[in-house]
Design a protein around this ligand. Structure first.
Ligand code: PAF
Length: 283
């Protein structure tokens, strides 16, 4: 496995793959890796000839300085995990390499309603920051396939929209959420939970599973939302939202007409740690 800290080193390494038309797969991360990231790496290893993983805690997607400061970091363990899974190259750049001084790397795309609700509402500017860094990383790595997890479903839609809007030659592949034994979605932020919070956080997945049952029983999106919010209101936990949305537009649904895709999305504070999760209610 090769480790690169600057753009030119990584591009030199990737050049022979490009000239021989070998597929490059890319998994962008912010480190503090877990089994969810490794499943993306494995998927890339299966379908491409060279897998690149980036580890970069992107400052432009944090709307709170404290969240950025407290974001878990464990580069030595990350590298060990990537080596063991068989990743080919790791890109671990300093901020100045991703955002060179004096160069405008912002992405001029209006994501409209895709970015208005849910995470967009509670984390203003977050998706512009995600789009900025993913676009910049894609321009450096130039992969044929980009692998992203379903846990960040809205982020996946934003990136897919950006790829289409900018006509980038990359396929965006979404992989299923990997979960702990109790159903909690794997996330780098889980490292900040106490053992008790980790156990109790199983309620998040339970609310999503119950939502699937409530839909089958004929409840409306609003009834599902209310029941789930009630369920999530356990001591020490505070939901920001539980929404039932159209899986293509991220707009709240009024009914389940059986035609479109319906997704239940939630964000919940477990003490000082904010966790998100979702499930597809109607494919
Ligand atoms: O999902 C994440 O870890 C980040 O938002 C991403 C896609 C690596 C961009 O910084």
């Amino acid at each position: 496995m090769y480790l690169f800290k600057n753009v030119s080193g990584l591009r030199d390494f990737l050049e022979p793959f490009r000239t021989k038309s070998r597929k490059i797969g890319f998994v962008p991360t912010m480190g503090a890796l877990h089994e969810g990231h490794l499943s993306l790496i494995r998927q890339s290893l299966e379908s491409t000839q060279c897998t690149v993983c980036s580890i970069f805690v992107n400052p432009t997607q944090f709307n709170q300085a404290e969240d950025l400061e407290k974001y878990p970091r464990n580069p030595a363990k990350d590298l060990q995990m990537l080596y063991e899974v068989g990743c080919h190259a790791v890109f671990m750049p300093p901020v100045g390499e991703v955002y060179p001084r004096g160069i405008d790397t912002s992405v001029a795309i209006d994501f409209g309603q895709l970015a208005e609700g849910l995470e967009g509402r509670f984390r203003p500017g977050h998706f512009q920051g995600v789009a900025q860094v993913v676009n910049r990383l894609l321009s450096i790595v130039e992969p044929q396939q980009l692998f992203m997890g379903q846990k960040d479903y809205q982020q996946y839609l934003i990136v897919r929209h950006m790829v289409r809007a900018l006509e980038l030659p990359v396929e965006v592949v979404m992989s299923p959420t990997v979960r702990e034994a109790n159903g909690l979605a794997m996330s780098s932020r889980n490292a900040r939970l106490s053992a008790a919070q980790r156990n109790q956080a199983a309620i998040i997945y339970k609310s999503l599973q119950d939502a699937c049952q409530w839909v089958k029983q004929g409840l409306s999106p609003e009834q599902v939302r209310e029941k789930a919010l009630q369920q999530l209101g356990i001591p020490g936990f505070r939901p920001d939202y539980f929404e039932v949305v159209d899986g293509l537009t991220m707009q709240p649904l009024d009914n389940f007409d059986g035609l479109g895709m319906a997704v239940a999305c939630t964000a919940v504070w477990a003490g000082e740690v904010r966790l998100i999760d979702n499930t597809i209610l109607q494919p």
